[in-house]
Design a protein around this ligand. Structure first.
Ligand code: RB5
Length: 150
């Protein structure tokens, strides 16, 4: 698995925490910034990472900002992206099993580094259940494919 990771200025510390987790887990990753000491705009980081996941360059993407909300909104604008904003371990497992999410967003002003690490570990290691959930995910893909302007 290859993971693309990025944050804005509000998510730098958790981004570092998740990078150390990925190293411990032996998962290949690339860090797409930010290299910021001042404020930056989260879409400038979310959209390129989402495109790299959507085009298959990376298998998964992880985004962190202050709340995780802006990053998840932006990522979900990219066709083929299913980005979950997650701040608890139950949802981390459920969103992989039920939604086959390919991107994870978290907020550094919402949770601490320990919980972010647990969430990312569960999200990275939980398989999609398929079956009835696959039918549901397929309906989203069909909607995207039927609306090429998306
Ligand atoms: C930056 O202040 C903050 O708005 C951003 O990190 C994020 O929380 C946006 O959703």
């Amino acid at each position: 698995m290859k993971v693309a990771i990025a944050s804005d200025h509000g998510g730098i510390n958790i981004r570092e925490e998740i990078k150390s987790l990925l190293e411990e887990m032996g998962i290949q990753y690339e860090d797409f910034g930010c290299e910021c000491s001042t404020s930056v705009d989260y879409p400038d980081y979310a959209l390129p990472v989402a495109e790299k996941v959507a085009n298959g360059e990376f298998d998964r993407g992880i985004l962190i900002c202050g709340t995780g909300i802006g990053m998840s909104i932006a990522a979900n604008k990219v066709k083929g992206i299913r980005c979950a904003l997650v701040h608890d371990t139950f949802s981390a497992k459920a969103t992989r099993e039920h939604n086959d999410t390919n991107m994870l967003a978290m907020g550094e002003r919402v949770i601490g580094p320990g919980l972010a690490r647990d969430i990312a570990k569960i999200w990275l290691t939980t398989d999609f259940e398929g079956g009835r959930h696959e039918n549901r995910v397929n309906k989203i893909t069909q909607y995207e494919n039927a609306n090429p302007s998306l």
